[in-house]
Design a binder for this molecule. Structure first.
Ligand code: KIV
Ligand code: ZN
Length: 407
């Protein structure tokens, strides 16, 4: 009767990190509604965007990129609605370094309590030559003009050098120095095509911290795509080298292979806080419900093994792991499920499970077989588990009561 209940156990707490040293803050800039929504299969209605923006605010993100106001009437209206809805986070709109885009962004952001205009232009040789048809000097002129116009309309301006990681480092430093002088207070370094590696990213951020004039007045940001599966690793490398804003999306949705996944970046910074020594303002217990809201609204399925928020993230089936978990959950878990919004760890009973987990589970269901009975139940359990992917509580109860679980 009803849906089958998964077999679950309560297990010991892992050791907590008691490091109390003061930490710097890393801002979490969420672009689920802009870069995420821009990818095939993820388009959202205005009402859905407002609902997600509200959930992102409750999650505690610092900046919500609500859309690209000039892209369409609908994008404009979504940015405007979200700007009017939210009081806490900064609401941001994207614009090319073109006055029409920047003015549309400013108009859409009028209702915002805290507004940011995010202007961008590509800086790499490939983009300069083949996409923009601009010289280096023209790129700098456009970037500076865009930032100046945005600053006339908004006190908080972010500048992105699109394809920064394939841009000559000296030229990138020159562009970023020029836009700081023009009034940008956040400098974003996108790995637009997910081409870089963690070591290269760390080196590039360190280089920019040494060579960009006025960098002490700005926040260095990173924005990584996942084409080679390194978006999160590259974002963390950037933080390790001094970036203090990370741009990311819920569950990593975004162009092509997606963007850095917010929940992975946040939990890596928290779980390895002794390495990174930074804090985010994220209410991590809201990660799983917020990810579920997004996937339900989009009708998308996350892989079971998705880090942090996948169904298997805190599930254990192998006998050796379950035995370890029953002794101390730190043996096979590096995060507490409650800290990301799961109710508890799950010891899933299946064909890889062992006697310890079976005995524990039967005990929580009120059955305490002696050793001989347990031997027999274990044999019957294994026969059943070979036939089924997962053995549920009602199957175990049937076995313990001598009934046929299939009946
Ligand atoms: O990937 C990218 O370069 C971008 C910029 C517009 C920030 O999304
Ligand atoms: Zn992007």
């Amino acid at each position: 009767p009803g849906s089958p209940k998964r077999t679950m156990q309560t297990v010991n707490q892992p050791t907590q990190n008691n490091d109390e040293a003061p930490r710097e803050r890393v801002r979490i800039f969420d672009t689920t509604l802009r870069d995420g929504e821009q990818a095939p299969g993820y388009s959202m209605t205005r009402a859905q965007k407002r609902r997600i923006a509200q959930a992102l605010a409750e999650l505690g993100v610092d900046i919500i990129e609500a859309g690209f106001a000039q892209a369409s009437d609908d994008d404009f209206a979504a940015v405007q609605a979200i700007a009017g809805d939210l009081r806490g986070p900064t609401v941001c709109a994207l614009a090319r370094c073109q006055f029409g885009d920047i003015e549309a962004a400013a108009r859409a952001l009028e209702p915002a309590h805290h507004a940011r205009i995010h202007v961008f232009i590509a800086t790499s040789p490939l983009h300069r030559e083949h996409k923009l048809g601009m010289s280096k000097a023209q790129v700098i002129d456009n970037a500076v003009a865009g930032v100046r116009r945005a600053r006339e309309l908004c006190g908080d301006v972010e500048f992105s050098a699109e394809d920064a990681l394939r841009t000559e480092p000296e030229f990138l430093a020159e562009v970023l120095s020029a836009v700081i002088a023009a009034g940008a207070s956040t400098l974003n370094v996108p790995d637009t095509v997910g081409y870089t590696t963690p070591a290269e990213m760390a080196e590039r951020i360190a280089y920019l911290r040494r060579h960009v004039q006025g960098i002490e007045r700005a926040v260095l940001s990173v924005h990584c795509h996942n084409d080679l599966g390194m978006a999160v690793a590259n974002s963390l490398a950037a933080v390790g080298a001094g970036a203090r804003q990370v741009e990311c999306t819920l569950t990593g949705i975004g162009e092509r292979a997606g963007n850095a996944a917010l929940e992975e970046v946040v939990m890596a910074l928290k779980t390895r806080s002794e390495l990174y020594r930074v804090d985010t303002g994220i209410a991590t217990q809201r990660l799983y419900p917020t990810a579920r809201l997004l996937t339900n609204l989009l009708g998308m399925h996350l892989p079971r093994n998705k880090a942090v928020v996948g169904e298997n993230a805190f599930a254990h089936e192998a006998g050796i792991h379950q035995h370890g978990m029953l002794k101390h959950r730190g043996t096979y878990e590096i995060m507490r499920p409650e800290d990301v919004g799961f109710a508890r760890s799950q010891l899933v009973l299946g064909k890889h499970s062992g006697r310890h987990a079976l005995r524990e589970r039967l005990a929580t269901l009120g059955h305490e077989p002696d050793e001989a009975q347990l031997d027999e139940l274990f044999t019957r359990f294994k026969t059943l588990a070979d036939k089924k992917r997962e053995v549920f509580d009602n199957d175990l109860e049937a076995l313990a009561l001598g009934r046929d679980p299939d009946a």
